[in-house]
Design a protein around this ligand. Structure first.
Ligand SMILES: [Mn+2]
Length: 442
């Protein structure tokens, strides 16, 4: 299924007058709206291939039907999102869940939807069918060199698949760790992991990056071998200039100050990117912005303050002018990868992703409105009250019309979720794919 330009225009036309009124009201209140609109229009977030079906929990899964049955259908789903919001112009694959059989054909299919391939993700947190050795007691940290070898080879294979698709980064997330005190020698586990990562790192092309994702707990509950940003940064610093830390918003201990982590990683030139999601307790993988929208705003405030969003990893090659992604070497310090990593249990996955992308755009737009010189002056004056007023004045601005205008200028829908329901996308996917389909992956 495809959303046509005609459908988008038919959706926008009756909403245009009201939209223009809201936009005029907002732009009268702010300055520099053209710059903000240009930045918003160039802004893209990558969609993970594993978030297009129902996720479920360890207790069960309730598939919603019409889920993508193949990599081709996953690309089609991301294409639908991108057609609606023009801000989902990349897909992040998980291997071996989504191994392309014909990389060139997959690349062309993605390009026909205006999509490029963002970071590829390896998987050593579960055993695959026909796999020789088990990851039950870890992968890159394992005490048996043969298990480590198998995990290293898998990661290198993922890099090769990514190369064929035009991706330029691998995200390594390890479930490695221990469940009980004494089970693991911490220093040996760290050293084994570092040695294994060094071999994977050596397989990177010069323009590639390695993202090292950390997580505080789960599936191991006593120690994680890449448990926090400090450990990730240690690995990244030891590996070299192509290795970076990846921040997944749900991978911290409760109440961690994620925006401060972001600021310092950025300062060190070691912030690789994000997995956006939201949570109340742990790695809840809820819709971005559904629980802590202020935290999301504060993170974007740090990204802008640290100069991270002056340049995007995802070039704005768009729907109307699809061309192959550029492979030029880009400034590694000012580019970060922006990806969603969520799991949908009770919502339509595509509707959830539309909400998530919009929440990210809103946080970005609000953070662009922060009066930075005034904030700096207030900080130097120790005027705590003024600092809060400045931040919250931006956060409390209703920027929905700005985000909608950027989307409209890109050829997207004024109300993506509204159009998704109007044209009955899920009903059509039910018809095409059946009610009992279950997406591969999570
Ligand atoms: Mn993640």
């Amino acid at each position: 299924m495809k959303i046509t330009q005609h459908q988008i225009e038919a959706h926008n036309a009756p909403r245009l007058a009201r939209h223009k009124k809201q936009l005029a009201y907002l732009t009268a209140e702010i300055t520099g709206e053209q710059g903000v609109l240009e930045k918003l229009a160039a802004f893209q977030v990558a969609i993970p291939s594993w978030a297009l079906g129902t996720g479920g929990t360890r207790f069960g899964r309730f598939p919603g039907g019409g889920e993508p049955r193949s990599l081709e259908e996953k690309i089609e789903d991301v294409g639908l999102l991108h057609a609606l919001n023009r801000a989902s112009g990349a897909i992040s694959l998980h291997l071996p869940w989504d191994i392309p059989t014909d990389a060139q054909a997959i690349r062309e299919l993605a390009a026909s939807h205006g999509l490029r391939f963002d970071a590829v993700n390896s998987n050593t947190f579960q055993d695959q069918q026909n796999q020789a050795l088990s990851y039950k007691f870890g992968s890159l940290q394992h005490v048996d060199p043969a298990v480590r070898r198998q995990a290293i080879e898998h990661n290198i294979e993922v890099i090769r698949h990514g190369e064929a698709l035009g991706s330029d980064a691998i995200t390594v997330w390890l479930a490695d760790g221990s469940c009980f005190p004494g089970q693991l020698n911490f220093r040996r586990a760290f050293q084994n992991t570092l040695d294994s990562l060094r071999e994977i790192y050596a397989a990177l092309l010069p323009h590639w990056k390695m993202f090292i994702e950390y997580k505080a707990f789960e599936p191991n509950f006593y120690s994680m071998t890449v448990g926090d940003w400090g450990q990730s940064l240690l690995y990244a610093n030891k590996l070299g200039g192509q290795a970076y830390t990846l921040v997944d918003l749900g991978h911290h201990l409760p109440n961690a100050n994620i925006e401060q982590i972001v600021a310092l990683l950025l300062m060190e030139g070691k912030l690789g990117g994000f997995h956006f999601n939201d949570s109340k307790y742990g790695d809840d993988d809820l819709t971005v912005g559904s629980i802590r929208p202020y935290q999301l705003f504060l993170i974007f405030n740090e990204l802008i303050d640290g100069g991270a969003l002056n340049q995007f990893r995802i070039s704005d090659f768009g729907f109307r002018n699809p061309k192959p992604p550029t492979t030029e070497v880009r400034n590694p310090k000012s580019e970060i990868a922006l990806m969603i990593d969520a799991s949908h249990n009770v919502k339509d996955p595509l509707e959830d992703l539309l909400q998530s992308v919009e929440a990210i755009q809103l946080a970005y737009a609000q953070a662009l409105l922060v009066d930075r010189p005034a904030l700096n002056a207030a900080q130097l004056d120790n005027d705590t009250v003024r600092c809060q007023e400045i931040l919250q004045a931006a956060y409390r601005t209703d920027v929905r019309a700005l985000v909608a205008e950027a989307r409209r200028r890109n050829g997207g829908a004024l109300e993506p979720l509204g159009l998704f329901r109007e044209v009955g996308v899920r009903k059509e996917l039910f018809r095409e794919r059946g009610a009992k389909t279950v997406a591969t992956g999570l």
